[in-house]
Design a protein around this ligand. Structure first.
Ligand code: 5GP
Ligand code: ZN
Length: 135
């Protein structure tokens, strides 16, 4: 994708603060961090979202997320860690090149990453479970 900023960053055409790199991925610091150390895992090949990412690369990406979480927690001494991955504008995706957010959390960081809990009826929960549980 010639006009994709994350393709250019992942392939080193645009400089970034890289904290890890291998054959498939580059991990960079986010320029608009939720907290100190907020980083992004970018595949070097272009995939728009998780639906487009092949399963073998998905496995590698999330294994890398776990390893980065361990390493970043060790080095930063953070108190918690969010792993966030947005797909589609409705879900908050703004850059349409698959990425995983690695967000170290600190007890005083003032951030709120979450949702407003709903109150579905027992029937709604049963119906949703039935639909999702079907082949
Ligand atoms: P999304 O909302 O798509 O899940 O996340 C996009 C993220 O990319 C945002 O957190 C934003 O701060 C970050 N971002 C956007 N453009 C750039 C850039 O050019 N460089 C870096 N390092 N981060 C970027
Ligand atoms: Zn791209």
């Amino acid at each position: 994708m010639s006009d994709c900023i994350f393709c250019k960053i992942a392939n080193g055409e645009i400089p970034s603060r890289t904290i890890y790199e291998d054959d498939l991925f580059r991990v960079i610091l986010d320029l608009g961090p939720a907290a100190r150390g907020h980083a992004l895992i970018l595949p070097k090949e272009h995939y728009g979202n998780i639906y487009e990412l092949p399963e073998d690369k998905t496995a590698r990406a999330f294994t890398l997320a776990k390893r980065m979480a361990e390493r970043m927690t060790d080095k930063l001494g953070c108190d918690g860690f969010n792993i966030v991955q947005n797909n589609g504008e409705t879900a908050g995706q703004t850059v349409f090149h698959f990425h995983i957010h690695l967000i170290p959390r600190y007890s005083n960081d003032g951030q709120k990453i979450g949702w407003n809990p709903g109150k579905p009826s027992e029937e709604e929960l049963d119906e949703t479970a039935r639909i999702l549980g079907e082949d």
